[in-house]
Design a protein around this ligand. Structure first.
Ligand SMILES: Cc1cc2nc3c(=O)[nH]c(=O)nc-3n(C[C@H](O)[C@H](O)[C@H](O)COP(=O)(O)OP(=O)(O)OC[C@H]3O[C@@H](n4cnc5c(N)ncnc54)[C@H](O)[C@@H]3O)c2cc1C
Length: 463
């Protein structure tokens, strides 16, 4: 019987366990033990139900375009629980010199595809609008090295575009700054567009024309979530696993390669396995792998992580009626606020708040999260309320407020990340029976984590 250890009970580890469980039930001679250091499985997938609202402490959804999380939901029988974002009401504001300015229609990430709305938008200066027009004439460009997203965007549209859009959009996903993120790892499609078309604007328009000439299909919602929240996904996976295989409050201190197999040590217990899936954030993976391969451990430790804080706030009907329409707002760092973003959850998704409630999700990350990390929850709520008052004029007392802190949970793929992954893969191949999964490698979002866990299981079971 092949024995596999899975270290980490977040969605990456759970997806790996679910895949092995499937193989086991299909007759494969395999068993697994999943080690989770905390008392709860699911990692950052964590949902609270407060006053009729579904409050997400960690991720609130996943991008629909990446299929792996929704596929897993369907495999689990949760297909009828999937909900899409209310894209008809989609509107995102950018705080610009203290005022909320709506992102113009036709902007794909930072690439304008409709001239009029962008041309008339107060979001950009005339200088940036001129750069957008000039960008359409950029010739194809083969770049042989990685660079930061900030440098890439600046080359196409100038620094204002980095400050107003690229940086705020990315800090909501990676908790990091555009100046520190790798364009090849974070925006591979854009890097490819530059190589083939030169101009991102022209590449985007060509892609749209191609789509328009194909069969007409209703556009899927941008984001997908679960009616009862993201934790429901983790709980449903857990319900399909073998209970005796799941060890909580079991922090793995180290793993070691021994006699063609692996020894996993958690507390005073050690156990032997044929294979190990390390499904941890890269920083934690570096720690447990330090004795197996100091080189691999050093590469993993170099993947940077940032901390984040989400604050969920519930309000009454009156607030719901007075808040601006749309999904919420982003705050460029140049505005000098602590908050990076706020989502009007009641508008973004159905089933998140009763009709007579407004639900807000506010977000701090990176340096902004570190600045307030040591403060008590009440003080953080105070900062959020003060900024909401200044930005959207919200003075009302919330009906409830919760603060959720996530220490070093969001990977930031720095410049050279893909080259680092090549070195990691070469080092890993020297260690048969070891597989890596999680958000430190090829995608930080829930769908990529699900894929990474499933692939890691496949790699070890089929070997
Ligand atoms: C605030 C926030 C908002 C996000 N929003 C979104 C979003 O809207 N959409 C989206 O797609 N993605 C989002 N993400 C990213 C995504 O949720 C995560 O990247 C993904 O869920 C990570 O899953 P994981 O299993 O790899 O890691 P984790 O969820 O971090 O799980 C790792 C697990 O390993 C355990 N562990 C750590 N060390 C040990 C050890 N030594 N031994 C045993 N167990 C250990 C931890 O306790 C934890 O449970 C968000 C992330 C955060 C933090």
């Amino acid at each position: 019987m092949k024995r596999i250890a899975i270290i980490g009970g977040g969605i990456s580890g759970l997806a790996a366990a679910f895949a092995i469980e499937g193989q086991r039930r299909a007759g494969a001679d395999v068993e697994y033990v999943l080690y989770e250091s905390s008392s709860q499985l699911g990692g950052v997938l964590c949902t609270e139900y407060i006053d009729g609202c579904v409050v997400e402490a960690g991720p609130d959804s996943f991008v629909t375009e990446k299929p792996w999380a929704a596929d897993l939901c369907r495999e689990l029988g949760l297909g009828d629980q999937l909900i899409g974002s209310n894209d008809a009401d989609r509107k995102t504001y950018i705080l610009t010199r203290g005022r909320l300015v709506v992102m113009p229609d036709g902007l794909m990430f930072m690439v304008p595809t409709k001239i009029l709305p962008t041309g008339l938008s107060p979001l950009f200066s005339w200088k940036t609008k001129l750069r957008m027009a000039q960008e359409l004439f950029h010739p194809p460009r083969a770049v042989d090295h990685d660079e930061s997203v900030a440098a890439f965007v600046e080359r196409h549209y100038g620094t204002e575009m980095v400050d107003r859009l690229a940086d705020p959009l990315l800090s909501g996903v990676y908790g990091g700054e555009a100046a520190n993120l790798s364009v090849r790892a974070v925006l591979p499609r854009f890097a490819e567009m530059e190589r083939t078309h030169g101009s991102l604007g022209r590449a985007m328009l060509a892609a749209r024309r191609k789509m328009a000439s194909g069969p007409r299909r209703a556009a899927p919602p941008l984001f997908t979530s679960l009616k009862n929240g993201m934790q429901h996904l983790a709980e449903t996976v857990v319900s399909r696993l073998t209970p005796a295989s799941l060890l909580t409050n079991a922090k793995v201190e180290a793993i070691q390669a021994e006699a063609g197999g692996w020894v996993v040590s958690a507390g005073l217990q050690s156990d032997q396995f044929d294979g190990v899936i390390v499904a941890l954030p890269a920083l934690a993976a570096a720690h447990v792998l330090r004795m197996v391969s100091p080189e691999l451990s050093a590469e993993l430790a170099a993947v940077r992580y940032s901390s984040s804080i989400t604050v969920g706030l519930g309000y009454d009907r009156e607030v719901r009626q007075t808040l601006p329409p749309g999904f919420g707002f982003l705050v460029p760092r140049s505005e000098g606020r602590q908050l990076l973003a706020a989502t009007f959850v009641h508008n973004k998704f159905p089933h998140r708040a009763p009709e007579d409630r407004a639900l807000l999700r506010c977000f701090f990350a990176g340096a902004n999260a570190e600045n307030v990390w040591a403060l008590a929850d009440d003080q953080i709520i105070g900062i959020v309320r003060n900024e909401l008052q200044q930005i959207v004029g919200l003075r009302a007392e919330p009906l409830f407020a919760r603060v959720y802190r996530w220490k070093s949970a969001m990977a930031q793929y720095g410049v050279g990340h893909l080259e680092r992954l090549d070195r990691v893969e070469r080092l890993r191949q020297k260690l048969p029976g070891l597989a890596l999964a999680g958000n430190g490698y090829r995608g930080i979002g829930v769908p990529d984590c699900v894929r990474s866990g499933r692939d890691a299981a496949k790699q070890l079971v089929e070997k």
